[in-house]
Ligand binder design. Structure first.
Ligand code: LMR
Length: 393
């Protein structure tokens, strides 16, 4: 029977990790998969996580099962950072559970929407390639609209048109901040327009937050979530700690639902629990427990926030250096990168130019033209700009 299976091509983004590793050129530059790097090119374990893990090893006396919802204290300790403090109105209407990474949370949100009757999900294109893959795998139709304009701004009109044209029971998938792959986020005014359109047309939003803190700031990066949740009756939020706690391979995420009223939460969460049980049974504990230990300790929280601030400042510096190189790289428009957010930006290079960046200059970037800004350092950015000038100039 298994001989009926046709070979699938490997995930193009993840395949870049191996291609890069096998390149022997010493001056190679990895701008592929979305992982933060220091100016030395390292992705170290956060010092706050190291301390929390040390404490976890000393204090943990059992690894017995916790259940499909995972570490509930981890889930609730994160909530003020996402939803704000002192927001009693929605406080009693939000439930959540731990998931294997943000991917698990997106999958759970989409599966729950399908279980509730959704058939179509509208999302901006381009998006994280795994979004469409997950939706299709679950049996949801992905309906695409243009996320960004040619000038590097967000195409809010296309999103509003998608919401206005959506049928009852449709869902809209939004990036909370640091849009992957474009870096093009919505302004506060644009979020207000989006929230109003969602509320008016009764469309359920799924908001994916995978880079909280790496864009404009800890509060700024979740302002869109808060604006939408203040306007709509119900919403789903997928949250990843993989980047903002540097936990990547430990797979740390959370799924939240805001219900119309608190009385519906038990029924909704019982569905989410059943879906989790069928998918992965229970989330991995270690990373979530380490994050929980940080969030329960003011000194560790301060360390963690400092680490995020350092990351954010470095990304901003690299963005500004690229924007300053506008004019040196032919027709490529680098100026908008200074105002965009997070790890990613799209460069308008064609397939041949991207291939040349790799073969001639040892620069690895996604086939979509996406670069991971964190792969640039003060030591390699000039080489990268020269390579761009050579290929696109
Ligand atoms: C990325 O887009 O590079 C990251 O989100 C990693 C991944 O899982 O694709």
């Amino acid at each position: 029977m298994l001989d009926r299976l046709e070979a699938q091509s490997p995930d193009a983004l993840l395949a870049l990790i191996k291609l890069y590793a096998s390149d022997e050129r010493v001056d190679k530059i990895d701008l592929g998969v979305g992982v933060y790097r220091t100016d030395e090119g390292a992705t170290p374990v956060f010092t706050s996580i190291k301390q929390a893990e040390q404490r976890l090893i000393e204090e943990q006396n059992s690894k017995s099962y916790l259940g499909p919802e995972g570490d509930t204290a981890f889930v609730s300790e994160l909530m003020p950072y996402i939803f704000g403090t002192g927001n009693d109105d929605i406080g009693g209407r939000i439930g959540g559970m731990q998931t294997p990474g943000g991917t698990g949370a997106v999958r759970l949100a989409a599966a729950l929407a399908k279980q509730a009757g959704a058939a179509r999900v509208h999302l901006g294109s381009p998006s994280w390639p795994n979004h469409v893959q997950i939706l299709r795998d679950i049996g949801l139709e992905a309906v695409l609209f243009d996320h960004a304009n040619e000038d590097g701004s967000a195409n809010v009109d296309a999103l509003i048109a998608a919401i206005e044209g959506a049928s009852e029971g449709d869902v809209v998938l939004l990036h909370a901040c640091c849009h992957n792959p474009t870096g093009v986020d919505y302004s506060a005014d644009e979020w207000a327009r989006i929230a109003e359109a969602l509320a008016t047309h009764g469309i359920l939003p799924i908001i994916d937050s995978a880079y909280h803190g790496l864009g404009a700031g800890m509060e700024e990066d979740v302002a869109g979530i808060r604006t939408v949740l203040a306007a709509v009756p119900e919403a789903l939020v997928a949250y990843s700690c993989d980047k903002n706690f540097g936990m990547y391979r430990d797979r740390v995420g959370a799924f939240y639902v805001m219900a119309r009223d608190g009385g519906q939460l038990d029924a909704i969460m019982s569905n989410a629990n059943a879906l989790a049980r069928a998918n992965w049974s229970m989330p991995p504990d270690h990373g979530g427990a380490a994050v929980r230990i940080i969030l329960q300790d003011d000194a560790l929280v301060a360390d963690w926030q400092n680490e995020i601030e350092t990351m954010r400042a470095r990304l901003r510096k690299m963005r500004e250096a690229l924007a300053d190189a506008d004019g040196r790289v032919g027709g490529l428009n680098l100026a908008p990168l200074a105002d965009q957010n997070g790890l990613f930006a799209i460069l308008k290079l064609d397939k041949d130019q991207i291939a040349l960046m790799r073969s001639k200059h040892a620069v690895y970037m996604a086939g979509s033209g996406r670069i991971n800004i964190a792969g640039l350092t003060s030591g390699n950015i000039e080489k990268f700009i020269d390579a761009l000038a050579d290929v696109a100039g």
